[in-house]
Design a protein around this ligand. Structure first.
Ligand code: ZN
Length: 341
């Protein structure tokens, strides 16, 4: 039984320095290989879980320790995607170019890595688990298409592969599955054209709590700020029409008004109350203030407390301190709710 305003991660925790020096890579830059790497990935996952449990999070994740990046880990599990020859693709409105895997044939799931990761975590904790996967729009953005020639067709093929993994997770007892869609804030036209259809298709007919994470990513190392070309107000009305139960949104770093949440009637909100782009640790009162603002718009039953985005880019001690602040601030608001009744 979850407490009011349960706390959770977005998905990732920082990786230990002995595992890798890179918090983001497409193909994986590990310090070890073979059996030693497998053992290290297991150990890193156990540490990421232990830190979430020690901080007192109510819904835990695997910390995405096995993932070189939030999107390439799933692409590696697909037939029809070639990682041997990466090709350059302009991204982020042409401001960066990234070497990406190629879609060279029909896409289909050939391994259940996320299910395996869930099963590993399930053996280690009694807490509810949220597993994350990249969303269809983010997968289209993260691959170089040489086969479909049509982004909607590719997005729906990705959605079908995702649905197979989501169904496997649900059948294994996973409580929440979240699709990460950071790409839609840069590409709202694609969300409107086929992204919403693909999101619904990924969860179609599956009995699981569905969630979609929509964010503005991390601050660019070069520019020191996020890409804010399109506000949530351009995106949320379309997301409101889906069958998705929960949305995970960032509200801390941009300090957005909670009134935006009125655009998602009936949806549960995983509210970002921790800035993952700053090493300054929030006070519990800052967390509590952000949750109180959301409670002006939402009932407590529809509120979950979370960071803005994954914690992967933070130093480990800072991430842990921020999770402590998340829990302490949420406990303050829970006590206030209890005093009111
Ligand atoms: Zn994010």
């Amino acid at each position: 039984m979850l407490p009011p305003i349960p706390t959770t991660l977005i998905g990732s925790m920082p990786k230990p320095g002995w595992l890798t020096s890179e918090w983001f890579s497409v193909s994986g830059k590990w310090r070890l290989s073979g059996d030693a790497l497998s053992e290290a990935l297991d150990d890193a996952t156990k540490l990421a879980l232990a830190e979430q449990e020690r901080a007192g999070l109510d819904i835990v994740c695997d910390g995405e320790q096995r993932r070189p990046s939030h999107f390439s880990y799933f692409l590696e599990q697909l037939a029809g995607v070639d990682f041997a020859t990466l090709k350059p693709k302009a991204r982020r409105g042409g401001t960066t170019t990234m070497e990406l895997p190629c879609v060279t044939g029909p896409v289909s799931l050939r391994a259940h890595n996320t299910l395996d990761d869930y099963s590993f975590l399930r053996r280690l904790t009694a807490k509810p688990i949220k597993m994350t996967l990249p969303g269809p729009c983010t997968l289209v953005d993260g691959a170089y298409d040489e086969y479909y020639g049509d982004e909607r067709a590719l997005a729906l093929a990705f959605a079908d592969a995702l649905r197979e993994e989501i169904r496997a997770l649900a059948n294994a007892g996973c409580q929440i599955v979240q699709l990460d869609e950071p790409a839609v804030t840069r590409l709202p036209d694609k969300l409107h054209a086929w992204g919403v259809e693909a999101l619904d298709r990924a969860f179609e007919g599956i009995d699981v709590v569905s969630c979609v994470h929509v964010c503005y990513g991390y601050r660019s190392r070069q520019r020191g700020k996020k890409q804010w070309k399109h506000g949530y107000d351009e995106i949320l009305p379309a997301l409101a029409k889906t069958g998705i139960a929960q949305y995970s949104l960032e509200f801390a770093e941009p300090d957005l008004p909670a009134s935006l949440l009125e655009m998602l009637p009936g949806k549960t909100i995983q509210l970002g109350v921790i800035d993952v782009g700053s090493e300054q640790v929030e006070s519990p009162e800052t967390v509590a203030r952000r949750l109180r603002a959301a409670l002006e718009v939402l009932p407590a039953e529809r509120l979950v407390a979370a960071p803005d985005c994954g914690c992967v880019a933070l130093p480990r001690n800072v991430a842990y301190a921020k999770l402590n602040a998340l829990v302490a601030g949420t406990q303050r608001v829970r006590a206030e709710l209890q005093n009111r009744t």
